[in-house]
Design a binder for this molecule. Structure first.
Ligand code: IMP
Ligand code: MG
Length: 185
């Protein structure tokens, strides 16, 4: 059943399941080596559902950690500057192969900033995985290592993604009716 504020479903539960299965297989293939120590870094809060589904499907050993950053205000336009609200604090970064798990890449600011930041902090390797990619919105040149699906320039919610903290619990990714965010302005 579609939520009343959703215009249309862009990525169904079945499609999300196929995407996480495919990406998990790609990660398994790349990290299944004795010299790798895979640490998934969930970017809170938007990536929790994606990361939860993805990690269940991995067969390679992995550890998990979390960071929280903000780039959006309460609206639908990125502010362009990144604030680290919860940092990655661990003393063993030099032996960690970090894989940043992100819900969506838009301007590219968040992922390019975090990749540089975690490399500078001393991680052995840093790669990135995003469920959704809006390539037409890029302001910073950045190509994630693993991409679930390219989508058009629409504001989407569900499966962890929010608008003003709502809709994160929807089991699919949907396009929000424009009147919902224009009413909220
Ligand atoms: P970037 O730094 O511009 O690439 O923005 C990435 C962040 O913006 C994501 O982690 C999301 O939190 C947020 N974001 C971008 N597009 C959307 C969207 O369509 N719906 C919800 N959040 C979005
Ligand atoms: Mg996010």
């Amino acid at each position: 059943m579609k939520h009343k504020d959703i215009d249309r479903i862009l990525v169904s539960e079945e499609e999300l399941d196929k995407i996480t299965t495919r990406i998990a297989a790609e990660i398994d293939r790349d990290y299944n080596r004795p010299d790798k120590r895979l640490v998934l870094v969930c970017i809170l809060k938007g990536s929790i559902m994606f990361m939860g589904d993805l990690m269940k499907k991995l067969t390679v050993p992995c550890e998990i950690d979390c960071m929280k950053v903000s780039s959006y205000g309460n609206g639908t336009v990125s502010s362009g500057s990144i604030h680290i609200i919860l940092d990655l604090i661990r003393s063993d970064l030099a032996t960690c192969d970090l894989l940043i798990i992100e819900d969506i890449i838009d301007s590219g600011t968040t992922l390019s900033y975090l990749t540089n930041y975690l490399k500078l902090k001393g991680a052995r390797s840093v790669r990135t995985c995003t469920l959704l990619d809006k390539p037409s919105r890029r302001k910073v040149q950045y190509v994630p290592d693993y991409i679930g699906l390219e989508i058009p320039d629409e504001f989407v919610v569900g499966y962890g993604l929010d608008f003003a903290e709502n809709y994160r619990a929807l089991p699919y990714v949907g396009i929000l009716k424009p009147e919902v965010y224009s009413n909220a302005k």
